[in-house]
Design a protein around this ligand. Structure first.
Ligand code: SOE
Length: 385
């Protein structure tokens, strides 16, 4: 008999929906000791949160997150509200002894992320950051390929994360859906929003980044603010490119923008090593591409007339997560990455081994993001401590 795990969801936007869907789905596909119960959701606008609660099947709703945290019948606080609210909510939830799962980026800056790490560690509560792309089966397979030694000595890491939804100059900043364009709410632009994903994946696959050199650009300098109706300077980075040197000696390039016409959510990476390479593209998410140059155990080279990129369709039961879903050849999608992440979180409650990425790991990504923004400002290489 599974034990109920009562969820208190804060936020009802894109991520509120993605997380709620995972809570509803996970127990049907993964056998776990704990079963999430949609106990309550929370947001300031009563009509909106009431409709959200009814749509997703939450038992109740609150309009003040402090009330939600005070409730004795809530076990997990899910922080799906804008970035500038994360710290205050996390500190209060940790103090109340709640488990916490938080949307990325963890915080607005390193100082906040450090405080949040200390709070959850002092309270001894389970914690996770929703870096969902680690749970794309093809990306988890890339991790397995690296851990099996199939890439060998790494030389290059190349990541791009491109979108195009802010090109029009009349897109306002601020307010529901568009707070990502308001630096006082988001913290930064593509660096915290998109490159945080690329950095999390890169460090997971290729280890820590030692130093970075970056450039950012804000193409549209002023936008109407949705709340004031007035034109205000834009404080976010619309595009960011950076060079990285990893601790293992390999070199990286990272590029992100919201001005790549035609690119909606183009998230790719390639890792090139002495023994092989892997390539992934979120617009073709069921596949991992792998180039095998030599055998990891014997070191023997593949006969050169037989070398070539393999396009692995990651849908077999032996592939990460796939035994929980459909039969080989049947694919899963974007929403399942959240369900897979949640399944790992629930498993960690059973094994008592911290799930990854936890808040410490989120702090690590924050350090790289802050170093990137510092470097763009100073024009210098910045070391990551
Ligand atoms: C931005 O457009 C965004 O919604 C990010 O905030 C998400 O983290 C990303 O996965 C999809 O794009």
């Amino acid at each position: 008999m599974s034990k109920p795990l009562n969820i208190g969801m804060i936020g009802y936007g894109f991520m509120g929906r993605a997380h709620s869907n995972a809570y509803r789905q996970v127990s049907q596909f993964f056998r776990r000791e704990y079963r999430p119960v949609l106990k309550a959701c929370c947001a300031r606008k009563e009509d909106q949160i009431k409709a959200f609660a009814e749509n997703w099947g939450y038992e109740s709703y609150e309009t003040d997150w402090r009330k939600l945290i005070e409730r004795k019948d809530i076990d997990v606080i899910d922080v799906g509200s804008p970035n500038n609210t994360h710290k205050e909510i996390v500190l209060a939830a940790a103090k109340a002894g709640k488990m916490i799962v938080c949307e990325k980026p963890l915080a607005m800056n390193i100082a906040e992320a450090e405080e949040m790490c200390e709070a959850v560690e002092k309270a001894g509560v389970a914690n996770m950051v929703w870096f969902n792309y680690r749970r794309v089966p093809a990306i988890s397979l890339a991790k397995q390929v690296v851990d099996e030694g199939r890439i060998g000595r790494p030389f290059h890491y190349r990541a791009t994360y491109l979108q195009d939804w802010t090109i029009a100059t009349d897109v306002p900043q601020g307010g529901a859906g568009l707070w990502r364009l308001d630096a006082s709410v988001a913290g930064s632009g593509v660096t915290g929003d998109l490159l945080a994903h690329s950095i999390d994946t890169a460090e997971w696959l290729n280890g820590p980044i030692a130093r970075v050199s970056a450039a950012t650009e804000t193409f549209v300098k002023e936008r109407v603010h949705a709340e004031t109706g007035k034109k205000q300077p834009v404080g976010i980075d619309d595009a960011c490119m950076f060079l990285a040197v990893f601790k293992n000696g390999s070199m990286g390039t990272f590029e992100s923008t919201r001005y790549a016409r035609g690119r909606k959510n183009y998230n790719t990476f390639e890792l090139n090593g002495e023994a092989g390479s892997v390539f992934f593209d979120l617009e073709d998410p069921q596949y991992l591409q792998y180039f095998k140059y030599s055998d990891p155990e014997t070191g023997k080279k593949i006969e050169s007339h037989l070398t070539g990129w393999q396009k692995i369709h990651v849908t077999n039961p032996e592939h990460p997560y796939m035994k929980h879903w459909w039969v080989p050849g049947c694919t899963i999608g974007y929403e399942h990455t959240f369900t897979n992440a949640l399944a790992d979180f629930l498993e960690s409650l059973e094994t008592k081994r911290p799930v990854q990425p936890d808040f410490r790991s989120g702090l690590r990504t924050q350090k790289v993001c802050d170093a990137v923004l510092d470097s763009a400002k100073s024009g210098r290489w910045v070391e990551i401590s």
